[in-house]
Ligand binder design. Structure first.
Ligand code: THG
Length: 371
């Protein structure tokens, strides 16, 4: 079984790790940035969840594509796209940066890596940042080069990730701090390793810079991982929701601004940082944003998969919509992520969740992350 219902074509890009992922019996894919993202390996997402919390997993997250911006105006172009002040970033440091358009709408929420003063990567979620960056650079006649380099991230996630990475790449990886990166040797090549990843269980991301080495990298980590009970894995819906990790296109889109996404603290709106959406965000901040992302915990036993938004109501009034939800086997309740109207966004607010199976499940608004 290789394609699990997707009709494969060149438009849906394979990754350097797809051969291995298929050999391990992947149970389906999603498509992110026009590239395959494995969706599950164990028979249930719950099994993947418990394993991720206790051991270590290998994730093909090559779909987290890099938009590389180099040249004398590189920092200017990056700053032009984000309300977060990047001027104090050091080489070797990462930053979580909302990207916004001229209306203050969310374009993406990448991890920014500062490789050098004139060299950046935006490690993007699911939208075409490459084309926006090129357009802005051309329009403003900036002296930059914008490309998607041959970088494919293999993530090592879970509490045993550090011991495994130290065994494979040496003890020095232990001193890489969260949201920082350094370089390791891999078969005579130099590869970037960042501490972080799309889970709250701890881990690293290896930014492999040569597609031809994908299987060799997978095999090296996989074999050393046997001593740590490694399994193939992927971003886990239960763990991600509990941790309050947002997903572009699901929890928020171009229709939302960073204040609604709970990223107000990342935004410098006093005019000392100039970016595309400054005026728009200043206006929104002045008037007060009218909704914000929250957790919702709700009853009624395991619900169906949340394949489309579920209305969140108070009486007959819709106050939000759940865009990701899952039964938490640990909290023994359903957990979901929802934009919630200002009038009802205080944690503890009672709500009803109108699930796609027709069942109305009672619950309440919660702060993120879930406890
Ligand atoms: N890693 C890399 N690229 C990515 C992701 C990733 N691109 C797509 C997507 N994920 C971007 N979204 C996020 C969301 C949250 C985090 C990283 C990327 C994250 N958040 C930390 C947290 O919430 O605990 C805190 C971040 C911070 O310190 O500001 O790590 O996962 N390469």
């Amino acid at each position: 079984m290789s394609s699990s219902g997707l009709n494969m074509s060149r438009r849906i890009r394979r990754t350097p790790y797809t051969d291995r992922v298929e050999q391990h019996g992947v149970r389906g894919f999603s498509v992110v940035n026009h590239m395959l993202l494995p969706k599950a390996f164990q028979p249930t997402v719950e099994q993947d969840y418990w394993h991720l919390r206790e051991h270590v997993q290998l994730w093909d997250v090559s779909c987290q594509r890099q938009v590389q911006i180099t040249g004398p105006d590189a920092a200017r172009l990056v700053q032009w796209m984000t309300p977060r002040n990047i001027s104090r970033a050091r080489v070797g440091q990462c930053m979580y940066v909302p990207l916004v358009d001229d209306k203050g709408g969310m374009v993406n929420d990448p991890v920014l890596l500062k490789l050098a003063d004139d060299r950046f990567w935006l490690s993007i979620a699911d939208s075409d940042v490459l084309l926006l960056a090129k357009g802005l650079a051309l329009g403003a006649k900036l002296d930059v080069t914008v490309v998607e380099p041959d970088i494919s991230i293999l993530a090592v996630q879970g509490p045993k990730a550090e011991d495994l990475m130290a065994r494979v790449f040496g003890e020095a990886v232990r001193s890489i701090r969260f949201f920082n990166f350094d370089y390791v040797d891999f078969k005579g090549t130099r590869q970037l390793v960042q501490r972080g990843g799309y889970s709250k269980q701890g881990g690293f991301e290896i930014y492999l810079n040569d597609s031809r080495m994908g299987s060799a990298l997978w095999d090296l980590v996989w074999e050393a991982g046997q001593a740590f009970n490694i399994t193939p894995g992927c971003p886990n819906l239960i763990e991600r929701i509990e941790g309050g990790l947002l997903s572009y296109g699901n929890e928020f889109t171009l229709e939302n601004n960073p204040l609604e996404c709970g990223m107000g603290k990342l935004c410098t709106l006093d005019g000392t940082v100039d970016f595309l959406g400054l005026k728009a965000l200043q206006r929104i901040a002045e008037q007060g944003h009218q909704r914000e992302i929250r957790g919702v915990m709700f009853d009624g036993g395991p619900g169906p998969a949340c394949g489309k938004p579920w209305p969140v109501k108070v009486g007959a009034e819709q106050v939000g919509q759940i865009t990701s939800a899952m039964w938490s086997p640990r909290l023994k309740r359903n957990v979901g992520l929802s934009m919630i109207a200002r009038s009802h966004w205080v944690p503890g607010q009672a709500v009803s969740v109108h699930c796609a199976d027709g069942v109305i499940r009672p619950g309440e608004v919660c702060a993120l992350p879930f406890a």
